[in-house]
Ligand binder design. Sequence first.
Ligand code: ATP
Ligand code: MG
Length: 573
Amino acid sequence: MGNQENTLEEGNNDAKSESLDFIREIIANDLSSGKHEAPVTRFPPEPNGYIHIGHAKSICLNFGLSKENKGGACHLRFDDTNPVKEDSEYVDSIKQDVSWLGFEWGDNLFFASDYFDKLYDFAQKLIKEGKAYVCDLSLDEIAEHRGSPKTPGKKSPYRDRSPEENIDLFKRMRDGEFDDGTKVLRAKIDMTSPNLHMRDPVLYRIRKIAHHRTGDKWCIYPMYDFTHCLSDSIEGITHSLCTLEFEVHRPLYDWVLAKLSVECHPRQIEFARLNLTYTVLSKRKLLVLVEEAYVSGWDDPRMPTVSGLRRRGFTPASIKAFCHAIGVTKFNGLTDVALLEHSLRQDLNETVERRLAVLNPIKVVITNFQEERVEDLEAVNNPKNPEAGTRIMPFTREIYIEKDDFMEDPPNKFFRLGPGREVRLRFAYFITCQEVIKNDAGEIVELHCTYDPETRGGNAPDGRKVKGTIHWVSAAKAFETKVRLYDRLFTTEDPNKEEDGKTFLDYINESSLEIIADAKLEPSLSEATPGESFQFERLGYFCADLKDSENGTPVFNRTTTLRDTWSKQKNKS
Ligand code: ATP
Ligand code: MG
């Protein structure tokens, strides 16, 4: 990882002094040599799930390139060739997520299914030229015939059908005459190729299933390797960027385009996919988490999906900064999720206002403060940004503080409250603990303290110092609501490892969600709007949930704690 020190600029426009990654270098060369006037890229999701932070990496790269280069464009193309798993719910969510990240496709919204007619024509052309044939082997038999990297494959007995017979059979496949799995169309390439993808790959299969856009019009569907390169070509893509596992498919990408003599032959370039610690990023696995109710949905705030991150309180800027920091390389690796959290904290620390909230309360009675009195105190909204101004916090005789901020028998280094000790209440007064009230079971039920009226605002006129400052909320005026504390969804760095017969489900963190039913928040938080973020001082960053903040009562999600493990690691190394 090259440039973790970057700031939260959008994209890489400002990055003139940084060296270009290998893809940007290729594109810069293609522009200066006059091969292309501007890059045309595409982001090609399959609408079979919600997009995740790995997709965000691809989005930032593809859409970033179009933003950085004058005249550039990035297409949003749904790669919807498999009717079995695809759904328009996913199409809608993907559009929403790409927009939310701050990217625009303008008029360039496409669906591979829009090309089914053209693809059918292309297939016919291959057949006529003797480059494709209808094969009656089952998929299992085809796999068996394919051989292994060390042994050559076996030719299909149907390989030498005449183009006329193939054209006829292919048409009858399209017309629904044959059952699923009884026939496929295959490219006629080389059954001895060292690259298994070149051993007569399947181009079309029969699938008598309605498609989310074309309905029952088709019962044959083109395969990815046939569809993708031709969709790129039809749209005039210049650079087709995909993840490393497609490197072995590249000869087939080029073969199809060369055999069909298309005018536009895009260049496929592969880069490493994002893998994150404590996270699974396969849509198949994410779907299991949703369907088997390990989480509340694709947008559960613990999910690495863009919609989950949004509900958790991530900002587009923080996600883009993270994608910029990890850069683009040819090497697969495992990125520390702490880096993602670090990007988030850097952004929130600058931008969000501070508030006080008590999550695990104990009551404090200030015995020398009048019973009905409410004193309005001024609290600073963001010490990083004077323009954020101040707000009013009501101070009353009874307040809440965190249980953890009191110890009956504190060690020397405990600078918070203890019997006879004095602390500062943030934005308020010094208080001293005079008495600990217990119930019959010996449990502490409340603390009786006195305040020093001379210390309003947090300083003593006699210059006396206190070491600790703690947060508090008025008991009479507190806004009580639900606060949800989220932790990582997995207990191990690499939940994708499959050792000792275990799967990712065996590494689920049973305590990834803790719900506090009635946290005590300062009253101004009752007006938070869904999606609004705050730092709760000393506790972390929290945001009003986008979905569950009903009837004007916000529910808060903990976005992240204040502790930054990434900065720590960096300082160590
Ligand atoms: P998954 O493995 O999660 O199912 P996928 O690759 O099948 O993902 P697609 O919808 O086909 O999902 O992906 C759309 C684009 O996003 C592709 O270009 C793909 O390479 C890219 N992409 C998917 N996952 C990642 C990742 N982890 N890192 C970077 N790019 C990714
Ligand atoms: Mg895919």
